[in-house]
Design a protein around this ligand. Structure first.
Ligand code: NAP
Ligand code: MG
Length: 499
């Protein structure tokens, strides 16, 4: 590990300079293997911290701790007490906003201003929103007719009960926020959790675990296991005593999770997978706003967003003007170390991701795509890629079909609404879409036709803890956030009494 002092707070520096253990049953413990692995700053390639390399034995201990907490103190707490703890966690996170933002920037690469403005406040809000739900999870009283018992009188009602011990496997693009999206509803529903952060970005989940302790959650309610997907995620997904897995990441690993559930205990699953979302601009749109929205829709978070507006469809009458505008914006984006206050875009998360994105750029060029802006790596240290706008792209090209997960948008012209409705849906994914027009009636009609979990009209990437988010088609199963997500962490029990 470098002892290099970064220009961040002492708290953040001190946290990074420690070697981190696993958080199991309220204790910090070494991995059974005794091994650790390095955490790298993607802006420099330097090692900034070390964390425990968990394995199946550690997963097993964490599941036992979570089961004990589920059957013990956690289920005995009132929903109001549970809500207070979740709210407190949100408060503590807010008190440490700058420190968390610094840790996120060091670990993930994103600009500090973005982490401060988006990642941490959205995570705080998620805990608060879900804290409020704890006291509002209700069943219903249901009038029954029971044709097989003529004249019988019955009282029937439903209980909504926590699904149990939940494994949560999260990606590296919004490490803290994904932890909050997962933890907050699970805790609100009364579940206990084993969370596995991505190997690239384990830092903020570990710091969050310290706040979980400080808030006073009972031991074992939240457990954090750092490690590699195959060594920790896979045994969690295959574990016989895990009742549910909530996963966010690639479609490929999503399939492995489904298989693991299928060949173990048929645990419940929710999956939030990839996307290749269309962002559609009509000729009557406010072009200034649409151009800005098209650029931020793809370049926000270095393009590492599952809902990135990565297919840009522009009406042919305004195609050149819009592409000029988006390309001009792309060229102006200042790419740099996330701690540089001038930086508007940081590096990609890892060397692997850099290689993946550069490979897409090469394939695109080979197939005839032309870069109007960007098109290549920046420099040779850190994992920086130019904000890229590709034109002359065709529906069957790899860059149009597949999720790149980098700052690369493919742009194509269209002529009418029926054509664009079909083209927008011409994807295995269905996570999000954007529509830019002044014709609100047409926008709402088109929104109905698009098979995607989120549709933004005259805006993009607008998130709120109260809005459900998730995918149609191969973008996933179930929803995150809003009251919808709670259904994924609750079982429904129907109780009937003959009176
Ligand atoms: P990934 O491999 O799907 O990783 C997501 C999470 O799953 C990580 O915590 C990962 O652990 C874990 N994992 C990996 N293999 C596993 C297994 N066999 N069983 C259980 N868990 C497992 O995604 P990635 O490698 O980080 O990124 C690859 C591509 O996925 C990206 O380029 C992008 O296209 C897509 N992606 C999508 C999202 C999204 O928000 N929908 C987020 C990230 C990535 P490790 O960290 O150890 O691999
Ligand atoms: Mg991976």
């Amino acid at each position: 590990m470098t002892a290099e002092k970064h220009n961040i707070s002492d708290q953040a520096n001190q946290f990074l300079n420690r070697t981190h253990k696993l958080f199991i049953g309220g204790q910090w413990v070494e991995a059974q293997s005794g091994q650790t692995f390095d955490v790298v700053n993607p802006a420099t390639g330097q090692v900034i911290s070390k964390v425990a390399r968990g394995g199946s034995g550690d997963v097993d201990l964490a599941v036992k701790a979570a089961r004990k907490a589920f059957e013990g103190p956690w289920s005995k707490m009132t929903s109001s007490e549970r809500g207070k703890l979740i709210w407190k966690l949100g408060d503590l996170l807010e008190q440490h906003l700058t420190e968390f933002a610094e840790l996120e920037t060091m670990d993930n690469g994103k600009p500090l201003a973005v982490a401060k403005f988006a990642d941490v406040p959205l995570a705080v809000d998620m805990f608060r929103y879900m804290a409020g739900w704890t006291t509002k999870i209700e069943g219903s009283t249901i009038p029954v007719s029971v044709p097989t018992a003529p004249g019988g009188e019955f009282l029937s009602y439903t209980h909504r009960e926590p699904v149990g011990v939940v494994g949560q496997i999260i990606p590296w693009n919004f490490p803290l926020l994904m932890a909050a999206w997962k933890l907050a509803p699970a805790l609100a529903a009364g579940c206990t959790v084993i969370l596995k952060p991505a190997e690239e970005t384990p830092v903020t989940a570990l710091r969050l675990a310290e706040l979980v302790q400080e808030a006073g959650f009972p031991e074992g309610v939240v457990n954090i296991i750092t490690g590699f997907g195959e060594e920790t995620g896979a045994p969690l997904a295959a574990h016989m005593d895990v009742d549910k897995i909530a996963f966010t990441g690639s479609t490929e690993v999503g399939r492995l999770i489904v298989q693991a559930a299928g060949t173990s205990n048929l645990k419940k699953l929710t999956l939030e997978l990839g996307g290749k979302s269309p962002n559609i601009i009509f000729p009557d749109a406010n072009l200034k706003a649409a151009i800005a929205g098209a650029a931020s829709g793809i370049f926000f978070n270095q393009g590492q967003c599952c809902c990135a507006g990565s297919r840009l469809y522009v009406h042919q009458d305004i195609f050149d003007e819009v592409i000029e505008g988006v390309s001009a914006r792309a060229k102006k984006i200042r790419v740099g170390h996330g701690l540089d206050p001038q930086a508007q875009m940081g590096p990609l998360v890892s060397h692997d991701q850099l290689a993946r994105v550069c490979n897409f750029l090469e394939e695109g060029a080979k197939e005839g795509a032309v870069a109007k802006a960007g098109g290549k790596r920046i420099g040779d240290s850190g994992y920086f890629v130019e904000p890229t706008v590709l034109v002359d792209t065709k529906a069957n090209m790899k860059v149009v079909q597949e999720e790149i997960f980098g700052p690369v948008v493919v742009a194509m012209p269209f002529t009418d609404v029926d054509e664009i409705a079909a083209t927008a849906n011409d994807s295995i994914y269905g996570l999000a879409a954007g529509i830019w027009t002044q014709n609100i009636s047409m926008a709402h009609k088109l929104a109905r036709r698009i098979r995607a979990g989120s549709v933004w009209v005259n805006c993009y990437n607008v998130f709120d803890a109260s809005l459900p988010f998730g995918g149609y088609k191969q973008s996933g199963w179930g929803r995150e956030m809003g009251k919808e997500v709670l259904n994924n962490y609750l079982e429904v029990k129907a109780v009937t009494t003959q009176l």
